[in-house]
Design a protein around this ligand. Sequence first.
Ligand SMILES: Cc1cc2nc3c(=O)[nH]c(=O)nc-3n(C[C@H](O)[C@H](O)[C@H](O)COP(=O)(O)O)c2cc1C
Length: 362
Amino acid sequence: MTDSLFSPLELRGTRLPNRLMVSPMCQYSSPGGVATDWHLVHLGSRAVGGAGLVMTEATAVAPRGRISPDDLGVWTREQADALAPVAEFVRSQGSVPGIQLAHAGRKASTAPPWEGGDPVSPDDRGWVALGPTDEPYPRETPQPTAALGLDGIETVVEQFRAAAERAYAAGFEVAEVHAAHGYLLHEFLSPVTNAREDDYGGSFENRTRLLREVTAAVRDAWPDDAPVFVRISATDWLPDRESWTVEDSARLAPLLADAGADLIDVSAGGISPDQQVPNAGPGYQVPFAETVREATNLAVGAVGGITTPEHADALIRNGRADLAIVGREHLRDPYFGLRAARALGVDVDWPVQYRRAKPSTN
Ligand SMILES: Cc1cc2nc3c(=O)[nH]c(=O)nc-3n(C[C@H](O)[C@H](O)[C@H](O)COP(=O)(O)O)c2cc1C
């Protein structure tokens, strides 16, 4: 039978009740990196709303890996403890809780978007960012950036591993390594940002080494019956420069499978302000997911401009992706999943508390 948006997806021993995932979305609302009531309500609502997998926002594995001073973190036990009720509530709704593990690299230490998103100085609440080299992300006032030494790289791998251990103990069932959008792991992948001359720069093999090591470390810390995802930027969207391309992503995917990844979440862009996004219309990144899917036996998730139930369902039915990942439409409507089921004529369970409002049983 053809899979559809409301077919379960089995990855290792973990069963997603449907193919709809809430895309990771930063909330910049965690003083001290600690989750608050906001996270319980925000992520909890989307579990109530019918998404099969609710992924947290980028959750920093180290203080210097935050994008903004108030980013969510999982580098301490206290932070993991604060996330545990969120994971538990998501699970209580029949949804699977996932956590995106992240390091912002040279794009760290910025103000939240609603304060303009400019760098925050180390003299204020900011810090010196870390990158493959000391070249900062290009901006009007570039953030001071330090190159990671070999010790620093080893530390990053261990930070991802330890964060994964804490996240699993907190109750998450899916770990997603954030290697997209111009943050640290993507900065190592791309020749635009990686001019290192050691084992972590230069050749494709060297540039992919850190991501392979991080993926293997997270896999190692994550139980055998629970899946590890990796989010990549399939292209830098810099066609006129030496950069990371869709062909590179197709070549990377089997290596990530070898390192223990179970699904590639295929996004794009973010490495440079010069990127040329040709058309950010509906499903604008889906062809990249298809290319990656063809290059490996791994499952893939498609993201970007998926806003309607019919579109999400068609991606699965037509075999273009295994998971439909929906971001902003979930901010517009936390109940997108329930609405999608209704639109597609699928009978799904509503929370018992809401049953009297379920259209077919009115
Ligand atoms: C408010 C907001 C915050 C975001 N934060 C993250 C994040 O923490 N991690 C990430 O990988 N992508 C992040 N993204 C990108 C989304 O996950 C998604 O890939 C993007 O919005 C495209 O999907 P959409 O068209 O369904 O919104 C964010 C997007 C938005 C709108």
